[in-house]
Unconditional design. Structure first.
Length: 564
């Protein structure tokens, strides 16, 4: 016979012990200055749980229960546990942002039970999609060109529709294809009848395949899941991230979801550390300008500005400058939006407007950190411009970017922002403008003669190059090269990109011109004696040298501007 009174009494006793345990955890949380959490009232993310193996979690009495992008929420019983500190350090070293909590053992037990829900075959691991060395190498061998990626995706899509294949396989193929082709972005765009998949290769979008809308919905959910985004939000933009481990290298994928007419448009930015690894020496700068760059970035103070539109390679150039000057004797701080790549030995901070950390507040804070060199991602307002100028005047070397079309435009722009021309001429040392052009594939490019319009442009530009560089050997202009397309370049005719540059150094003539509130044209005229080619001249020289094509240069540089 069951004694219901005894059962009820035991139940109350258990509830009392649980309540006491939670109260003790809350008291200890106040002692250690950590927020208390009751995990029985929280949803547990298996993606977060996977970040710490079950055996280690139980031994250290710790559990990861929520993962949003690179932010991980972790609860433990005591911060004094050495194993807890070791796990936290390990997670920090993987570039996660930690939010710690104190909880009871009962809370942890509830979390640990969820390890049973983790399928051994699941390949998503705490926001990281594991692709084995063998698999990615097999994919690289398999994908000889874009057609191979297209045919593989079409076959996998049919398998998924019939229930044979999985969505994870399709997503991995999309990512592997992007890595194989060195795509910078992956676009998944829903239209009325199909969903278009495109890669951005060397700055230009290329069609890959059309996906069935039913497959698209599953891919969307999968991408949201691994990116730490909310599945039920469909009418608002969302941003997230995840990472892929390939051959020991962690490649970050930044995800952007935007509502559109026929669904949600997905763009995944592929941040491969190898693609930003351009050195100072491989930027594509001519010898004369290279020496100017080298001199200016090695000065103890001054302001160096990079100008150009989004996607023109400013970040790559700024990072190459930082790598060149980086040393254990210098304190370097960056304020970026966002941090695109992590640089060893450099203190990088990221703008967070919601929390009030802007370029302005970041720059003010950085100056209190006793820096030698500061990199400000972008000068957007008058106050940031003034502090950047003052920093350059008070013994700091400052790198930054400014939205103008050319190097000459930086000076009128700073004057518009309220900078005194006299002070500016003492602080600003170099203004640089750049664009990125695709390099012709060396395997398949073909020699050709210029057409009438091309010959006219070459005839117009070459004499102006000779004025600035009288001793430079310039090809005759009787032949140029055009793209063809082969397996080496994925049938695009181009392989890789290179910068097209111009710059204006602050000398006596530019300083005097700046006092007159000058136009861009007046600054360009004053800069002619410096012997630095403008972007159009630099681009035409690269065409004559066989590096790029006329059409490619016209894509990024206005070839019809006035000759100065």
């Amino acid at each position: 016979m069951i004694d219901f009174r005894e059962e009820k009494s035991n139940k109350r006793l258990i509830e009392l012990h649980l309540r006491e345990a939670e109260e003790l955890a809350e008291i200890l949380s106040q002692k250690y200055g950590l927020p208390y959490i009751d995990l029985s009232k929280q949803s547990i993310s298996t993606d977060a749980l996977r970040l710490i193996p079950e055996k280690e979690a139980r031994e250290a009495q710790i559990a990861a229960f929520k993962l949003t992008g690179r932010t991980i929420h972790i609860a433990f019983m005591s911060p004094n546990n050495d194993k807890v500190q070791s796990i936290l350090e390990d997670i920090k070293n993987k570039n996660y942002i930690l939010i710690p909590y104190l909880c009871s053992e009962a809370s942890l037990q509830r979390c640990w039970e969820r390890y049973n829900d983790i399928s051994a075959s699941s390949r998503t691991k705490a926001g990281i999609i594991e692709i084995s060395d063998e698999e990615i190498n097999a994919q690289i061998e398999k994908f000889k060109d874009l057609k191979d990626i297209t045919s593989t995706l079409e076959a996998e899509s049919k398998d998924a529709e019939s229930g044979v294949g999985g969505i994870s396989t399709i997503l991995e193929t999309i990512l592997a294809g992007a890595l194989t082709t060195k795509a910078s972005d992956i676009h998944v765009e829903p239209e009325e009848l199909v969903t278009r998949l495109r890669y951005r290769l060397d700055g230009v979008l290329q069609d890959i395949t059309d996906l069935n809308p039913r497959i698209y919905q599953k891919i969307l959910s999968r991408i949201k899941l691994v990116s730490g985004l909310r599945l039920n939000i469909r009418q608002s933009a969302q941003d997230g991230r995840f990472a892929i481990k390939v051959s020991g290298t962690e490649i970050e994928i930044r995800t952007s979801i935007l509502p559109s007419a026929y669904g949600e448009s997905i763009v995944m930015r592929v941040l491969n550390p190898k693609s930003i690894a351009a050195t100072f020496e491989t930027l594509g700068v001519d010898d004369h300008l290279f020496k100017i760059f080298e001199t200016e970035i090695n000065k103890p103070n001054g302001l160096i500005l990079l100008t150009g539109p989004t996607g023109s390679g400013k970040t790559t150039t700024l990072y190459s400058f930082l790598r060149k000057v980086n040393s254990s004797e210098l304190k370097i701080i960056t304020i970026e939006d966002p941090i695109e790549y992590h640089l060893e030995g450099i203190n990088q901070t990221q703008v967070n407007v919601k929390k009030g950390y802007t370029f302005l507040s970041g720059l003010r804070s950085a100056l209190r950190q006793d820096p030698d060199i500061i990199m400000v991602g972008e000068i957007r307002d008058a106050e940031t411009a003034k502090i950047a100028i003052n920093s350059a005047l008070t013994g700091h070397l400052v790198f930054s970017s400014l939205h103008t079309n050319n190097a000459a435009g930086a000076i009128p722009r700073l004057i518009d922002l309220g900078i005194n021309p006299k002070i500016m001429s003492s602080a600003l040392t170099l203004s640089i403008a750049q664009r990125l052009v695709r390099k012709l594939c060396e395997t398949c490019k073909k020699e050709d003669v210029p057409n009438e319009a091309e010959r006219k442009l070459i005839t117009e530009i070459v004499p102006t190059i000779r004025v600035k560089k009288p001793n430079l050997e310039i090809p005759s202009g009787e032949k140029i090269y055009r793209p063809v397309g082969c397996k080496e370049c994925h049938m695009t005719g181009f392989k890789g990109r290179q910068g097209v540059f111009e710059a204006i150094a602050m000398d006596a003539a530019i300083a005097a011109t700046a006092l007159t509130n000058p136009s861009e044209r007046e600054i360009k005229i004053a800069a002619i004696p410096q012997g630095i080619l403008d972007m159009r001249q630099d681009g035409v020289l690269k065409i004559l040298q066989g590096t790029t094509s006329m059409d490619e240069l016209a894509r990024v540089v206005d070839l019809n501007q006035e000759v100065i």
